[in-house]
Each structure stands twice: as C-alpha cells, then as structure tokens.
Design a protein around this ligand. Structure first.
Ligand code: SF4
Length: 207
C-alpha cells in the first residue's frame, strides 16, 4: 500500500504494535501465536494494529510514514467501523472478532493461500474493496482472555449487546446476541489477578 514494499515483505515474524489503550486486545490475541513480538514501532514482517477512533490519526500517520518491509493488518473498533478509510493505509482489515480470522489470514499470507476464502476480512484488489463472507461469532470459552505466562489482563466475561445506543459500537463489533464466558473459565483466570472486580452494562439501565 502507498508505495511500501508490502508484497515482498517477510511473512515470518508476527508483530503486535502495542500501546496503553490496546493491551486488552493484545492480551487476548497473543495466545493465538506461538511466537509473536510486542513492538513500539513498525518493523519488518507482519504488523498487527488494534485501535479505536481516538488513536486512528496517529496510527494512520505511523503506518504511512513507515519505511519497513511490512504487511500491515488492522483490527478493532475503528477499522471495523471504517474499513474503507483504514484500507487507505493498511493492507488488510480484520472485521469484528480476530480470534479465528487473524490466524487464518496470517496462515493464508504465509502459505500463499487464496485470501478471498478467509472469512471476515476486507482488502483492496486494485481499486476495488473486497469484503469476504461474514464470520460467525466465536465461542468465548474456546479462547483464553490472556496467557498468564506472558501478561495478565482483564477478563472479558461477555460479548455482544441487545441494545443499540447511538454512541456505542459494541453491537456492530460483537453482534446483538450476548455470549458469556463460563464461570469455570472466569474463576480459573481470576486466580491470576490480585484485584478482582466485576463490571457490566449499566448504561442502558440508567434513565
Ligand atoms: S447498552 Fe452499553 S454496550 Fe449496549 S449498546 Fe448501549 S452502551 Fe453499548
């Protein structure tokens, strides 16, 4: 994209660009890869970004200015809401949940498989933007909230929301059906946390 040498970039290394606001996403995605790096700037290889709208201008600028041999993949709230804009800077957008889509996309890139068969992504084909088939929501218990040997993070106990508050993207990201992590899995991971508090959707209950 944008004159960067993404096509010939190394597909060997997987690098998560981390910053304070995306650590929960990264904690959930890191266990999907046996070897992945946390980086503070673009580097050669596959570069993964997860971000929301307030971080988008900075992220876009960083990617645009990058001189590395990278394949840039974006996911998270902003890329899911604005894939066309994001593809002005990135090579691929993972739409909605990344747990199944991201490993499949990286496997396709590394092994020369047909990208159009990877569900749940958007990418550019010449001047046209291609959206592949939508992927079904994941089962939360199939994916750990974090790898306790690598980092601790908050435990996402529920995904999805039946409501549609105008200012919130949760239903677009995760659907209107609610899915829950089982109590067994929550307790297993809560043991790794020193300070356990629970929060839930209260906004819709406040008049
Ligand atoms: S109830 Fe909460 S999670 Fe659901 S749409 Fe409204 S703000 Fe978002």
């Amino acid at each position: 994209m944008n004159g960067r040498p993404s096509i010939s970039a190394s597909r060997d290394s997987v690098n998560f660009r981390y910053f304070k606001k995306n650590m929960q996403s990264i904690a959930a995605l890191l266990p999907l890869f046996s070897q992945a790096n946390l980086v503070r700037q673009p580097c050669d290889g596959i570069m993964l970004y997860s971000f929301a709208t307030p971080q988008a201008p900075y992220v876009f600028q960083e990617v645009e200015r990058s001189k590395t041999r990278s394949i840039f993949i974006a996911g998270g709230p902003h890329p899911t809401a604005c894939p066309e804009e994001t593809l002005g800077f990135f090579d691929y957008v993972v739409l909605r949940e990344g747990e199944e889509t991201l490993p499949e996309l990286i496997d396709a890139l590394r092994n020369g498989k047909d990208i159009s068969q990877v569900k749940g992504i958007a990418y550019k084909d010449k001047t046209k933007i291609i959206f592949t088939e939508k992927r079904e929501p994941i089962v939360l218990d199939n994916y750990p909230p974090f790898d306790p040997n690598v980092m601790h993070s908050s435990i996402e106990i529920t995904r999805g929301c039946p409501f549609s508050c105008a200012y919130c993207q949760t239903p677009q990201l995760f659907g209107h059906g609610m899915r829950h992590r089982s109590i067994d899995v929550i307790s297993r991971y809560a043991k790794f946390l020193g300070d356990v508090r629970f929060t839930s959707m209260l906004r819709c209950l406040i008049p």
